[in-house]
Design a protein around this ligand. Structure first.
Ligand SMILES: Nc1ncnc2c1ncn2[C@@H]1O[C@H](COP(=O)(O)OP(=O)(O)OP(=O)(O)O)[C@@H](O)[C@H]1O
Ligand SMILES: [Mg+2]
Length: 250
């Protein structure tokens, strides 16, 4: 049995690193390659659906057959949309997350996100609260990337409250000085035996979910030198906390 080297700087580890980098370049390229023909397929299915609608309008006698065909085209369109959604999520996950850090106020970032999701929150009866517990928090981050990570947490929180509740997004400084953002919901919560799985790629309990939202958020936060904590109580809700390093990036 071969022994796994402990030293990450070893030639073995370097080779593994190269192999992983090559594999992710190949799979990323593959996803890009699939996207274009898929887009062509979608446009043509849309045109086909329009033709069939027009046909059934012009010739009501043939409408049964046409309606059946139209249903099939619409099923194909839905599946093509789902494929495009999976590919986009995969590309966001596998992208090289090399943060371009600029000084940014986390409270402002949170306010922007809250403004963006406010209509959806209102539509599902979710009360949205934003707090900056310790005033403005200036941190050098890639705000586009961090926004993407935070949005993934916020969407999950909203999805966990289909019948309303409260979503709190809060910035604060931990006692040791590290900046943190909490996303707190009063939704379904996560059973204790599942909480360890939520960051696994493709783990999803949601119909239509890719299971890549949290792994992507985790990769982005890790690229900033931070991590994400979870606390959850079934039937009570969940709290996901993004914790960033205290003194800027390592
Ligand atoms: N706030 C939350 N409350 C309850 N369960 C959650 C919460 N956040 C995540 N989960 C659980 O973790 C799973 C994985 O989340 P993740 O964001 O990775 O994928 P997803 O939301 O299912 O799909 P996608 O992000 O593509 O929409 C979810 O399906 C859900 O079971
Ligand atoms: Mg999600």
């Amino acid at each position: 049995m071969s022994r796994q080297p402990e030293n990450v700087d070893s030639p073995w580890a370097a080779q593994q690193g190269d192999a992983i980098a090559e594999l992710s370049a190949v799979t990323g390229g593959l996803a890009h390659e699939i996207r274009n023909p898929l887009a062509t397929l979608k446009v043509n299915l849309q045109l086909l659906a329009e033709d069939w609608r027009e046909l059934s309008r012009l010739d009501p006698a043939a409408s049964d057959l046409v309606r059946r065909s139209l249903n099939r085209v619409e099923t194909m369109l839905r599946e093509a949309d789902r494929l495009a959604h999976i590919l986009d999520a995969f590309l966001r996950y596998s992208a090289r997350h090399e943060p371009r850090r600029i000084p940014c106020d986390l409270s402002q970032l949170v306010a922007r996100i809250a403004e963006f999701v406010a209509p959806q929150a209102a539509a599902q009866g979710v009360n949205l609260e934003c707090r900056d517990a310790d005033g403005p928090l200036r941190v050098a981050v890639d705000d586009d990337l961090l926004e993407q990570a935070l949005l993934n947490l916020v969407f999950n929180a909203l999805q966990a409250m289909p019948d309303g509740g409260t979503l709190t997004i809060q910035t604060r400084r931990l006692p040791d000085g590290r900046p943190a953002i909490d996303v707190i919901d009063t939704g379904t919560g996560i059973p204790p035996d599942r909480v360890g799985r939520v960051f696994e790629p493709y783990y999803s309990t949601r119909r239509g979910g890719t299971g890549l939202g949290l792994p992507t958020a985790r990769r982005i936060v890790a690229a900033h030198g931070g991590h994400i904590d979870v606390r959850s109580e079934p039937g009570q809700g969940s709290m996901f906390t993004i914790i960033l390093p205290a003194d800027g990036p390592p």
